[in-house]
Design a protein around this ligand. Structure first.
Ligand SMILES: Nc1ncnc2c1ncn2[C@@H]1O[C@H](COP(=O)(O)OP(=O)(O)O)[C@@H](O)[C@H]1O
Ligand SMILES: [Mg+2]
Length: 259
């Protein structure tokens, strides 16, 4: 299988402080990787390094390209950590999606942009809302339109930074199901940061537990191994353990909620 992402010996230092230390992991094409860890653990910084937005030491390769080259080729989609939109934000849902097709500051829209916008809005079940002001949509709806915008750039791999902040539980489940659909139908590789390990474990193929160093990378059912959580979360580990049913795959307590 093709490697979508390869990170090797990655170090990031910001303002003289080592934020990420010797991080190495791979993601194969078509997989969904969840990145979990405490606040301040370096999750956003890791995504920024992979996107070439902060300087780093070590090697990063995205489908064989450097971060800068991969972005230039449009292979990479990025949804930054969400900030709630002002309800007076003037763009309609369809305009937000169209923005995802603009290449560079002075880029032009493709001639078939309207059809393509409809296609991507349909993919995220938001076609009926195309003329609605983006800022007046619910958090979950804004999130779907934002995903449509990222998809409109036709990426092969997308990076989502805590896409569920400020979104209610039902919309979160719907969102994870949407990601699963996009992953299967488009063979889209997805790297998603979340602090919600109880919910995401049933929707991801692999998990990376990050707190300055990478404490674990592997099957998500093993997320509840107390020794791993203690290393990643410290004394807060007890609070992230969800329940204690045995997982049939690995024998460790299962946090997937029986799905
Ligand atoms: N530009 C910066 N300069 C200095 N320190 C930073 C900068 N950006 C983030 N940090 C620090 O790096 C650490 C990791 O931050 P971040 O990657 O945002 O963590 P997370 O996304 O896991 O919450 C934090 O201690 C944060 O204060
Ligand atoms: Mg963050």
């Amino acid at each position: 299988m093709k490697k979508a992402l390869r990170v090797s010996g990655l170090n990031v230092t910001l303002s003289g402080r080592r934020i990420l230390e010797n991080i190495s992991f791979d993601v194969e094409e078509g997989k969904i990787l969840g990145i979990v860890g405490p606040n301040g653990g370096g999750k956003t910084t890791l995504l920024k390094a992979i996107l070439g937005l902060v300087s780093y030491e070590g090697e990063i390769s995205i489908f064989g390209f450097s971060p800068a080259e991969a972005r230039k080729r449009g292979i990479v989609g990025y949804l930054p950590q969400r900030s709630l939109f002002d309800p007076d934000f003037p763009l309609k849902a369809k305009d937000v999606v169209a923005l995802g097709m603009v290449k560079g500051w002075f880029g032009k829209l493709p001639s078939d942009w309207k059809e393509r916008v409809e296609h991507y809005l349909k993919l995220v079940n938001m076609e009926e809302w195309k003329d609605y002001p983006f800022g007046k949509l619910s958090g979950g709806q804004q999130q779907r339109v934002s995903i449509a915008r990222v998809l409109a750039g036709e990426p092969q791999i997308v990076f989502l930074d805590e896409p569920n902040t400020g979104v209610d539980v039902v919309a979160q489940e719907d969102f994870y199901q949407l990601l699963t659909k996009l992953n299967r139908e488009l063979n889209l590789t997805i790297v998603m940061v979340s602090h919600d390990i109880g919910v995401i474990s049933s929707y991801i193929h692999e998990v990376a537990c990050l707190n300055r160093v990478l404490h674990y990378h592997g099957a998500p059912v093993c997320l509840t191994q107390p020794e791993i959580l203690k290393k990643v979360y410290g004394p807060a580990a007890d609070r992230v353990l969800v329940h204690d049913e045995k997982c049939e795959n690995c024998g460790y307590p299962d946090i997937s909620g029986g799905k």
